[in-house]
Design a protein around this ligand. Structure first.
Ligand code: NAD
Length: 368
């Protein structure tokens, strides 16, 4: 029997609520497969800061270091509550970016997926959705503006200033491009390279490397699109995209737009992969506006579990069944409140009910 250690970083806001559903599923996967998971919860984010004075405490680092994979809930507080934490200790700067840096998780896979049967969740018109939405956004996760040199101070004129640097080396760009081309090769063999080379020199280098890496993938067609235009096309014609590759900040923003065209950020799981360690997290934040009400959509968290089963534990078939189980719950007419906005005849269920229903669906499927 294979045995794996998983660090569970519940996070803030809706984090613990959706993590509880992920744990239900992990326990069921254990029962159904020749596998055992050692699950260890560890504080991370604003809760950790208030408990121990640091959003990524040493004890949590130790648990993550020893883990085979990390499952992370969203972190963060409302804008107003965040002001209670010193700027450098606020959850993203003090915990999330250090987590990504520690494990060099340079690839972020963010699937934007809505099968035709669930098209009613999308705010887009049926004629725009066509055969459904199925895009893989690949975001570079440890470079660019978020990780470059930062400086604040008072300039010669006595005025406050801030400076943040967008930095990439050719090696950083090359390795994410390799992942993007390999992914495109496994799918429709079309790669949309998202850039802003009309303004940013970083994008000029980005595009040069894209052309160089493309030499090794002659079977993959590359289509270059400016990031601002890509934002428009995501709304007007999402079907034109299959695999999209982009730098860190573009990916942060466009992938949230991906959640928007699906109908909710609650449909956005993700995988963050480094050379030796991977962590999995919903793409969205801690949703303080709905925290504590048992109404958050746990799909993003359970979907992150599915990505972990496939990418960290080679349980591809079980991962597929888990996706199917979630789609079946929706297909039977159930949904969480975030997905009821589009109207239609939906039966509203709570976070924990949704988790139970997914578990029931999965339990009813054969293993092999
Ligand atoms: P958010 O992603 O938390 O929420 C945006 C909107 O989407 C809200 O209306 C929210 O209710 C809804 N939403 C998000 N997830 C949902 C789910 N699973 N089910 C139903 N509805 C859902 O963005 P925000 O409000 O701008 O940020 C809140 C906090 O999260 C901030 O502190 C921010 O810094 C942080 N944040 C953290 C991460 C992360 O941990 N990786 C990512 C983004 C934002």
């Amino acid at each position: 029997m294979s045995s794996y250690k998983i660090a569970l970083l519940d996070g803030d806001g809706i984090g613990p609520e959706i993590m509880a559903e992920a744990v239900k599923i992990l326990k069921l996967v254990e029962e159904r497969n020749d596998i055992s998971f050692e699950l260890t919860h560890a504080p991370f984010g604003a809760n950790a800061f208030f408990e121990s004075g640091h959003p990524f405490p040493d004890a949590t680092k130790d648990i993550c270091d020893k883990a085979d994979a990390i499952l992370k809930g969203p972190i963060g507080l409302s804008h107003e509550e965040s002001q209670k934490i010193p700027v450098d200790m606020q959850p993203e700067r003090g915990a999330l970016l250090p987590l990504r840096r520690r494990y060099n998780t340079y690839v972020n896979f963010r699937p934007v997926y809505l099968p035709l049967g669930l098209a009613h969740f999308s705010p887009l018109k049926p004629e725009i959705i066509g055969e459904g939405i199925d895009i893989m956004i690949i975001r570079e996760l440890v470079g660019g503006l978020y990780f470059g040199h930062k400086e604040t101070g008072i300039n010669e004129d006595g005025r406050r200033y801030v400076s943040e640097t967008l930095e990439y080396t050719e090696d950083q760009i090359k390795r994410i491009m390799e992942v993007a081309f390999k992914t495109a090769r496994k799918r429709k063999k079309v790669l949309h390279n998202i850039h802003k080379s009309n303004v940013l020199k970083s994008s000029v280098l980005w595009n040069e490397i894209c052309v160089e890496v493309a030499q090794d993938y002659p079977d993959v067609e590359v289509i270059n699109i400016l990031v601002d235009a890509a934002a428009t096309y995501l709304c007007l014609n999402p079907g034109m995209f299959d695999v999209m590759v982009m730098e860190n900040m573009f990916g942060d923003i466009l992938s949230d737009q991906g959640g928007g065209i699906l109908g909710s950020l609650g449909l956005m799981p993700s995988a963050c992969i480094g050379p030796e360690k991977a962590y999995y997290e919903p793409s969205h934040g801690s949703a303080p506006d709905i925290a504590g009400q048992n109404i958050a959509n746990p799909y993003s968290m359970i979907g992150s579990v599915a990505m972990m089963l496939e990418m960290s534990f080679n349980l591809d078939a079980e991962a597929k069944r888990l996706w199917q189980a979630m789609q079946s719950v929706f297909a039977k007419g159930f949904s969480t409140p975030d997905l009821s906005k589009a109207g239609g005849d939906v039966k509203l269920v709570s976070t924990s009910d949704f988790g139970d229903m997914v578990a029931e669906e999965l339990a009813s499927m054969p293993t092999n």
